[in-house]
Design a protein around this ligand. Sequence first.
Ligand code: EPZ
Length: 431
Amino acid sequence: MDRIRIVGGHQLNGSIQISGAKNAALPLMIASLLTDEALTLENLPRLADVSMLVRILGNHGVDYSINGKRPGEAAIAGQTVHLRAERVVDTTAPYDLVSKMRASFWVVAPLLARMGEARVSLPGGCAIGTRPVDLLLMALERLGADIEIENGYVIAKAPHGLKGAEIEFPKVTVGGTHTALMAAVLAHGKTVLINPAREPEVVDLAECLIKMGAKIKGAGTSVIEIDGVAKLGGARHAVLPDRIETGTYAMAVAMTGGDVMLQGARPELLQGALDSLVQAGAKVSATNEGLRIQRNGAGISPVDITTEPFPGFPTDLQAQFMALMTRAGGSSRIRETIFENRFMHVSELSRLGARIRLEGDAAIVDGVDKLNGAQVMATDLRASVSLVIAALAAEGETTVSRVYHLDRGFEHLEHKLGQCGAHIERLSNPG
Ligand code: EPZ
């Protein structure tokens, strides 16, 4: 298994191209199941999760083709792919695939809406919590689906089609909102989603569905209205820039000091996190090119944060912000309210010399003057990148193992950080 080796203590200076968002790309790709025409997605990131989803969709009958890279095109430029589900050949999503990537559970919605049936394995728990799917199933039931659980599989049926309904979410769920949207676009009549997720990835999915012929109003607000249509067609859509990748590199620059332009980043996608970064002492400026992050001279100030659904501080940046706070001049309190078990990085950050204690759903971080390199490993992708951020500022050498977590969500991480002056390399380890 590969490892990443980092020698800390080097400022970051230069520019980094922000990739298309993983968490927008996945539901957009799944939406290709809703039509027999081609869905073309531009700016699709090159990530392990994207390749895995291509395989999963291939099982259902989705053909996939990719535009070749033209000479001179930067290796980092997003890819353009064409996905076409002319015929759905299988409505079953098996355990061995769904358990590898939870988001693939969302195929239940387009399969049910288009084919009237779906048999999809329950995903099971994961490293950051139990992550139930009860609200996704509630939404499908409200739309008239008959749902049964048998041998670890959800069997959803709507032989006469889905029917529009009012669906109120007692808790904000991104996956629940994606599922409800993809099911309701082909339902008979009108659906109203109350308290849906307002995350930018939901808006991106809705915009793509609208291009495919769906009638959706209000995505990004607390009520979404959908008028079902009989059929959707093909479309061309560019995946929005990754706000979590943006925030991650912004925190890396705040950590090491320096001056980096995050090209293509859109500040409105992560304003909550940027406000916290400014409080911590970084200078953040939006330009035509993207987002410029600087920290020169000033120390890192402690800042308390609480993770919340959009537009609050995203849970997917909590670990990275905690890494930054390990070097703050004082104590900060980091509260996680979205997932119950998303502090697995605490013990690994402590191996680098961080002083962190857990109090219920909060971590209290006492900033230290210096971190020291060590061997670390992580349990999920945001936790692993928090270790990379800490290592960039640690004295000496750090090796991060289980790099496959990073490859799921960060495109060309070593290259992007390396070209800004980080001493970072990938070590291939046959063991
Ligand atoms: C999405 O997961 C993201 N994944 C996650 O990113 C992200 O952390 C999360 O949204 C929150 O922003 C993708 O987009 C692929 P939820 P999702 O449904 O949709 C509870 C990453 O690192 N809940 O919004 O699975 C749930 O347990 C990943 O890129 C129910 O109780 O998250 C959690 O506490 C990790 N019942 C809360 O809601 C349900 O039926 C929010 O989960 C569904 C969810």
